[in-house]
Write a protein that binds this ligand. Structure first.
Ligand code: MRU
Length: 365
């Protein structure tokens, strides 16, 4: 994508070859700032604090974290500790484990003195593979929007939840990739953007992305989706995923399930866009996916910009109230109309996924 007219990724190696640069997403939409990650600890902190977030981007950042560790100490013990530290940052998105597995595989049998160079190359490949996958998701998903436009003759009304745009990946995004592509090809699209409490990734990130790209959109409170669907104001729900099981259960940002339930009631197609890195072939039942429980402070406090232009955080709860903050939920496969992957579209089922990834059937899981 372009930010202020300049081609921009969410993560890139620094010019001096000693670090990676990221966009600090905790400061958007008010401040566009980058951060330099020079150590494994920096990479782990950026993921944990959600300066980088979104399943694919978490994975690529972790891959670069292994490279940063290898620059310091590329011994077996140091790399094993780095893997454990990165795996512990966020539990739900399986892309993290897959990226770390890919790095371990790339470094297997490589002499310690050559590991840093190999790690940097493999992390770069993973970043490029993510871009290619997301671009392909766009190609396979855009026809969904184009067909809806052809049917109605008016702007396609898409509802999305959280941020599954380019900020959640290295570029393009997953759920937003078909929207960007359809928009760029001339299909009129309007996006209902769920604000996505408590961290407001929809209001802060998806709205910012869509604005930068010139895609018409409207931010709505998370609770508005059912009403909009009931009134026939949503043609399609399109969301991303943090982990999709082998039978097509979809884990995504908390609140996704409610949108799927409303979509089923009002017969609105509910599609999920994801690259292969998000599929957990070792799990069938989405109930087995670990759901991240985040700090209650995310509900207690709201951050934003004051009318005077300063950034501020305020408390919104009575001090004595208990708070629970599960960050993800699982939408069972039967509520999902279809999956959009880099290899094409399929039913949210074991058969559907295996039709696109037949090599998984041969491997057993
Ligand atoms: O907690 P986050 O912001 O990392 O959650 C992100 C999401 O839930 C996205 O929808 C998901 O990672 C898919 S993004 C391509």
């Amino acid at each position: 994508v372009r930010v202020d007219g300049r081609p921009t990724r969410t993560i890139w190696p620094a010019d001096d070859g000693r670090a990676v640069e990221i966009i600090d997403q905790t400061r958007l939409p008010h401040v566009f700032a980058t951060r330099r990650l020079s150590t494994l600890a920096d990479a782990a902190d950026a993921i944990r604090s959600m300066q980088v977030r979104g399943a694919p981007l978490i994975g690529v950042t972790a891959a670069y974290g292994i490279w940063l560790q290898a620059l310091e100490d590329a011994g077996d013990a140091a790399l094993a500790a780095a893997r454990a530290a990165l795996l512990a940052t966020r539990p739900t998105a399986v892309d993290l484990r897959h990226a770390l597995d890919a790095m371990a595989e790339a470094l297997r049998g490589v002499p310690p003195g050559e590991r840093a160079a190999r790690a940097r190359a493999r992390a770069g490949e993973l970043a490029d593979e993510d871009i290619a996958a997301c671009r392909a998701i766009g190609e396979h998903g855009a026809p969904l929007l184009e067909a809806l436009h052809a049917q109605s003759g008016r702007a396609v009304q898409v509802l999305t939840h959280c941020n599954a745009g380019w900020l959640a990946t290295v570029d393009w995004g997953t759920a937003l990739a078909p929207i960007y592509l359809a928009h760029d090809r001339g299909t009129p699209v309007h996006v209902w953007v769920d604000e996505t409490r408590p961290r407001n990734q929809g209001a802060a990130l998806t709205a910012w992305e869509l604005l930068e790209h010139g895609v018409p959109h409207t931010v709505v409170a998370d609770n508005a989706g059912g009403h909009l669907m009931q009134r026939g104001r949503v043609d399609l729900v399109l969301v991303g995923s943090d982990r999709t099981t082998a039978r097509g259960d979809v884990c995504n940002k908390i609140g996704t399930l409610q949108k799927a339930l409303a979509a089923r009631e009002y017969r609105v197609p509910f599609h999920v866009a994801l690259p292969a890195s998000t599929i957990d072939w070792t799990l069938e039942d989405g109930a087995q996916i670990p759901i991240e429980e985040r700090s209650g402070d995310e509900l207690r406090r709201v951050s934003g910009r004051t009318p005077g232009g300063e950034l501020a955080t305020v408390e919104i709860l009575p001090a004595g109230s208990a708070v629970a903050n599960p960050a993800f939920d699982v939408t069972p496969a039967h509520l999902v109309t279809g999956l959009v992957t880099e290899r094409g579209r399929c039913a949210a089922s074991r058969e559907g996924l295996l039709s696109l990834y037949p090599e998984r059937a041969a491997q057993g899981s």
